[in-house]
Design a protein. Structure first.
Length: 335
């Protein structure tokens, strides 16, 4: 497999807090082919298992949405069957898009006892693989191709786009693959980065106590295989903060992002408050708001989940609206 596409754009948002000019840098992975950072992960996973795929049987993966969309697109381009195993938190629009691409979508609605559905999804996938010889599971949760693609591609791409000065770089946690890849890049190349993991309250991904979670695309019901000892520094954001940050960013800049990106923006504002010496924070935004119109951006959904907006930007003023971001024209070739 080879791929060629333009780097996803980085947009600076100038703000003023405590009379100090600061910048939130937004790396908008929604501009990738397949619309999210999981497009990169999907290519790497596919490359790692392609020699085992039977085009008559195909592959299966547990997904909170974005990876499923990317794998559905790849499978459709090669006419290979794909089954996405999801849970009720995946928005109807994402499920419908996967089906439109030809994927079979299985929704597992049995809670896993750890605040989500991940363990139940994984049990379903495991049972399917045992019962259907030849069905391939790339397993984004343990496959080393997951962190490797971000160490070798996403992180160096970001470094080339940023000014050469100290930065706090924020990465959201789900499988932990993206954060582990960035960690490996920082250890190997030593950029002037403070790498910060961002998770949600109730997630077990970094070894914290489990609790009920309502947001998709961030957090997990089990510890990350890629980060078995957890990760520090880390910031934990609660759902109202993440959702409020999404709404604030869209109102302030016209840029709509997903719930995991909202958690990053909320964490960035918190870091500015906690560390007066920080002037630059980077948010690696996994996806855009188009996949959350019936959740995060829906007043009805927010009301149903008691997600009352909070003032996450108290004392923050913007010093200029970012210019328009042109869509990235990417082309992907599989072989």
């Amino acid at each position: 497999m080879s791929s060629s596409w333009s780097p996803s754009p980085v947009v600076p948002l100038g703000i003023v807090f405590d009379d100090v000019p600061r910048t939130i840098w937004l790396k908008l992975e929604s501009h990738n082919p397949y619309g999210s950072i999981k497009g990169r992960t999907a290519f790497a996973l596919w490359q790692s298992v392609k020699d085992r795929i039977d085009p008559r049987i195909g592959l299966i993966e547990s997904t909170s949405g974005n990876l499923g969309l990317a794998l559905a697109g790849l499978a459709a381009s090669l006419q290979v069957p794909f089954t996405a195993v999801v849970d009720p938190r995946v928005s109807p629009s994402v499920r419908n898009t996967m089906r439109a691409l030809g994927a079979r979508v299985v929704t597992v609605d049995r809670p896993d006892g750890a605040g989500g559905f991940l363990l139940s999804r994984l049990a379903h996938v495991g049972q399917r693989v045992r019962c259907e010889p030849g069905l391939v599971w790339p397993n984004q949760y343990t496959n080393p191709a997951n962190p490797a693609v971000h160490a070798q591609w996403t992180a160096p791409e970001l470094r080339a786009q940023l000014p050469a000065r100290p930065m706090s770089v924020l990465v959201a946690v789900s499988t932990g693959g993206t954060l582990a890849g960035f960690r490996d890049y920082v250890v190997a190349h030593e950029p002037a980065w403070e790498l910060v993991g961002v998770d949600v309250v109730g997630s077990v991904a970094l070894g914290d106590a489990h609790g009920e979670r309502v947001l998709s695309g961030i957090g997990a019901s089990r510890r990350s295989t890629f980060l078995p000892h957890g990760y520090r520094p880390a910031v934990h954001v609660d759902p109202p903060e993440a959702v409020s940050a999404c709404l604030w960013l869209e109102e302030t800049t016209g840029i709509a992002v997903g719930s995991s990106s909202g958690a990053l923006v909320a964490a960035a504002l918190r870091l500015f408050r906690e560390g007066p010496g920080r002037t630059d924070v980077v948010c690696v935004c996994p996806d855009g708001g188009d996949r959350y119109l019936d959740t995060v951006y829906s007043p009805l959904w927010r009301s149903q989940h008691a997600l009352t907006p909070v003032d996450i930007a108290d004392g923050v003023t913007t010093s200029g609206r970012p210019g328009p971001v042109a869509p990235v024209q990417g082309e992907v070739t599989l072989r």
